[in-house]
Design a protein around this ligand. Structure first.
Ligand code: NAD
Length: 354
């Protein structure tokens, strides 16, 4: 017999090729009439196209979203929201655009529609990480959960293969840590397993053909599930380490997750052999950390923190930061083995499965 609590978060999802065409209906369904479209500078053209499509329902476009949601950018966006008298936000893009929508919601309570075009999964979580003065602070509040999500796989056809791989492994990381979360439960675990399966099967097909509609659809569905896991249960060493590395050395978010994941799993294997057995089975290997490391290598992703620009002198600092503020992890956090984990990840060596 098991007892558990499962917080199912509210939210409306439309999934499928072409669902972006439903945007006007969804804006009106929320009772809104003046949407501001949010994007990164790289997706400004797509954001303006979307604005044109919804015509008079578009109040304007803000294309200044950047990674890690700097508070200064959010404040500029909120000023524009107020001057345009916008009554909802539409975030088009990855975690950076969705993060900006959340930051605006936090400050204004405006309803949000998210149209994700990466596999980061932020649209499914009540979590917001904001940066100021080189320091990232994370909050959990239902205020930032988007009201509506439109998952349109056709919008991911142009996501570069290298970004697709890193973003897909970022999603796998949410699902993996959900499987050994302190507050894990059978419902979230089912979603996590299915998420890993969908991404492991679809990512090689996307590498072979980035416009493979069915692979893009499967990957986006896997990302949705992974985001749901991230929003539902607590994360551990892997996410903490990536947070620390991203903040301390300004490393790219998804790529850092891709390098660290096999090593973090190796660290936690002695404490969670059954979960690692499940992951290995889903990945189609006999050993979860080595199997994932090899899988990521076959996809052609960067596998060392060195390649991502982290200085060698930062290895000790990263290990110290990773254990500084205690948090729950299936295996006790110890400096020496974590130092070895970071060293291997920096070098790009295979994970330590001893
Ligand atoms: P991102 O949003 O910065 O996107 C990466 C790059 O890909 C950007 O330059 C973007 O313009 C481009 N891009 C995105 N979709 C594209 C497409 N379809 N075609 C072409 N180019 C495209 O990166 P990300 O990894 O999606 O998100 C990272 C951010 O999200 C970080 O700030 C991270 O902290 C945050 N995040 C938050 C949560 C949460 O729950 N709060 C979860 C995951 C990630």
């Amino acid at each position: 017999m098991i007892n558990f609590t499962c917080d199912v978060l509210p939210g409306r999802v439309l999934f499928g090729a072409g669902v972006r065409e439903q945007l006007s209906i969804e804006i009106e369904r929320l009772g809104c009439a003046r949407a501001i479209i949010l994007s990164t500078p790289g997706q400004e053209r797509q954001a303006r196209e979307l604005a044109r499509k919804i015509g008079k329902l578009a109040a304007g476009v803000f294309s200044g979203a950047v990674m890690h949601t700097p508070i200064a950018v959010s404040e500029r966006a909120v000023a524009l929201v107020r001057s345009l008298n916008a009554d909802c936000t539409v975030a088009l893009g990855g975690g950076s655009s969705v993060g900006l929508g959340k930051a605006i919601a936090l400050r204004t309570d405006l309803p949000q529609i998210a149209i994700p075009t990466t596999y980061a999964g932020s649209e499914m979580t009540p979590i917001i990480g904001e940066t100021a003065g080189g320091h990232k602070t994370t909050k959990r509040t239902a205020k930032v959960l988007p009201e509506v999500v439109l998952y349109d796989p056709e919008l991911t056809f142009g996501l570069p293969v290298s970004v697709s791989i890193a973003s897909g492994i970022n999603a796998v990381a949410h699902a993996v840590e959900a499987l050994y979360a302190k507050d894990r439960n059978p419902i979230v675990s089912l979603m996590a397993e299915e998420s890993i399966r969908a991404l492991v099967l679809s990512l090689p097909l996307i590498v072979a053909d980035p416009k493979d509609g069915s692979a893009r659809s499967d990957a986006l569905c896997g990302a949705w599930l992974a985001g749901t896991c991230l929003g539902a249960v607590g994360m551990s060493l892997h996410h903490k380490l990536c947070h620390v590395l991203g903040g301390a050395f300004n490393l790219p978010h998804a790529e850092t997750h891709t390098v660290v994941l096999p090593h973090a799993i190796a660290y936690n294997t002695p404490a969670e052999p059954a979960v690692m057995g499940t992951i290995a089975k889903v990945v189609g290997t006999s050993d979860a950390p080595i199997g994932l490391y090899d899988f990521i290598g076959r996809l052609g992703a960067a596998q060392s923190l060195r390649e991502l620009g982290m200085p060698e002198a930062g290895i000790e600092k990263a290990a110290l930061l990773a254990i500084r503020n205690p948090y729950w992890n299936p295996r006790k956090l110890e400096y020496e083995p974590i130092l070895e984990l970071v060293r291997r990840a920096w070098m790009g060596e295979a994970p330590n499965v001893a």
